[in-house]
Design a protein around this ligand. Structure first.
Ligand code: HEC
Length: 140
């Protein structure tokens, strides 16, 4: 009998521990990949709404006016000109600051550039740009 109780306690404890790591993400998503700065990503999440990025980009895999931004970090993206590019910090920065520099295959040119125009002075600030990049990196 004692053995059974001990097993149950052990199971409950491990479930509780999994719950803790699960809630470590930015707002209850999956656990963050190692190396992501949680605070910076959280700031980026807020800016993502402030700059209306969320009106065109989902973070749950659903395509919108723009491609979904979850799970793209480290992956290959196909571009309009037939080439591919690996999504790293440099690519994300360029995609945000100069959206028409590389066009993702199947998506329109110009629309992101037009919409974010009024926010560009803010987005260009390093503390804001790095937060947006960190947020996108955190999205699984
Ligand atoms: C008017 C809609 C619109 C808005 C607003 C918008 N985007 Fe985009 N975004 C797009 C479209 C369309 C593309 C794909 C075409 C291209 O590559 O420019 C894109 C591409 C991207 C990419 C490259 C994605 C990939 O799969 O390679 C990133 C990163 C990105 N946007 C981030 C942002 C961020 C951050 C903001 C807010 C500051 C933002 N976008 C605002 C429409 C938008």
């Amino acid at each position: 009998m004692l053995r059974v109780v001990l097993v149950i306690v052990a199971v409950l404890m491990s479930v509780a521990m999994v719950g803790c790591t699960g809630s470590r993400g930015t707002g209850g998503e999956n656990a963050l990949p190692p190396g992501v700065n949680v605070e910076l990503a959280e700031k980026g999440k807020q800016l993502f709404n402030t700059y209306a990025c969320n009106t065109c980009h989902s973070v749950n895999g659903q395509a919108g006016i723009g491609p979904a931004l979850n799970g793209i970090y480290g992956k290959q993206v196909k571009l309009e000109d037939g080439s591919t590019v690996t999504v790293d910090d440099a690519y994300l920065r360029e995609s945000i600051l100069n959206p028409d520099a590389k066009i993702v295959a199947g998506y329109p040119k110009g629309s992101m550039a037009n919409l974010i125009q009024p926010f560009l002075p803010e987005i260009r600030k390093e503390e804001n740009l790095s937060a947006l990049v960190e947020y996108i990196k955190s999205l699984q």
